[in-house]
Design a protein around this ligand. Structure first.
Ligand code: GLV
Ligand code: GLV
Length: 330
């Protein structure tokens, strides 16, 4: 067995399950940021030199400055599927494979999307707050009435794993399902989803739900023009990344009643400022980025991120790789 001094060092930027740390510790010496909050930038820069591996979170911005500090990095492994916080092309240019955690969080995130859709349509959070505030006097025919999900038209933007898992669930609600992305998906017919362009989706849907990654193409994808194309009775739901929506435009559209509501698990920025107008709008449900937050799924994500990291340290191809271009084609 290699002595500590000959072992690679890995920086872990947050407390993750003990069993996962133990698994990594069999291959490397650990440098762990034990805080509950993100590792401060200056600490990250100070701790990286000499590290062969970085196990990071979506709250860590991994840019050229970080990569310069981590000039001995052989692998970066993020405990998330989304890697928009990481400058992937800079990593590729330096030959550093970047791991992520697709697949294991698909169903859990799709469940949360449904929870958010239903909570927003049926005014669940507002109704619970109404009771807690002592406002419930009696059953009233038209009090806290919302909108139906069943038999409604739902537009899915981004028909990847999570978008498809959402479609699968919506079939059980007898929804009419539309989707859009760059090109049609061969699985769509099986899932009863029809491919349309974005304007058609926006104009036809009672619920518009976002499941695309944040990229240069999707940043600000839903802005004032797109919100204006939505139906006035429609709601917008986001469990992907906050900046896919132009949030200022969303606030305006909601305030003007141009759309009926929004359910947001992600915002721009995160955390959402406590004085954001979104937080005082009864027709808006905001959650603290809990899409993948079940014990089982967060544990699997932590394990998968460890698998990626350990493979990278050993010079093996990562099981889940976010920048395949890093490896020359065989
Ligand atoms: C969470 O948002 C993730 O990308 O895994
Ligand atoms: C993530 O798992 C996706 O591809 O939707």
């Amino acid at each position: 067995m290699a002595s500590e001094s000959s072992q690679a060092t890995v920086l872990v930027t947050r407390r993750v399950p003990r069993a996962v740390l133990d698994a990594i510790a069999r291959h490397a010496t650990l440098r762990i940021w034990e805080g509950d909050n993100p590792i401060p930038r200056e600490t990250l820069l100070e701790w990286l030199p000499g590290c062969a591996g970085l196990y990071c979170m979506l709250t860590d911005r991994i840019d050229p400055e970080v990569l310069d500090a981590g000039s001995s990095l052989r692998v970066i492994s993020q405990m998330a599927v989304g890697v928009d916080n990481i400058d992937l092309s800079a990593c590729t240019a330096r030959g550093i494979p970047v791991g992520n955690t697709p697949g294991v969080l698909t169903e859990t995130t799709a469940d949360l999307a449904l929870a958010l859709i239903l909570a927003t349509l049926r005014r669940v959070i507002e109704s619970a707050a109404f009771i807690k505030a002592g406002q419930w006097v009696t059953w009233r025919p038209m009090e806290l009435v919302g909108r139906d999900l069943h038999h409604s038209t739902v537009g899915i933007i981004g028909f990847g794993r999570i978008g498809k898992a959402v479609a699968k669930r919506l079939r059980g609600f007898d929804c009419h399902i539309l989707y859009t992305q760059r090109s049609p998906d061969p699985d769509a017919a099986r899932l009863g989803a029809a491919y349309v362009d974005l304007p058609t989706l926006l104009a036809s849907s009672d619920v518009v739900t976002l499941h695309c990654p944040l990229t240069v193409e999707t940043r600000g994808l839903i802005g004032a023009r797109e919100l204006a194309q939505m139906r006035q009775e429609a709601i917008l739901v986001n469990t992907s990344r906050g900046p896919v929506i132009d949030q200022a435009a969303l606030v305006e559209a909601l305030a003007a009643g141009r759309i009926a509501g929004a359910g947001l698990d992600v915002t721009d920025p995160e955390p959402i400022p406590s004085d954001s107008p979104l937080l005082s709008m009864p027709q808006v449900v905001v959650l603290p980025h809990i899409g993948s937050a079940t014990i089982a799924t967060r544990t699997k994500m932590a394990e998968l991120a460890a698998d990626n990291l350990i493979a990278g340290l050993a010079g093996k191809r990562l099981p889940h790789l976010a920048n395949p271009a890093v490896y020359p084609e065989a």
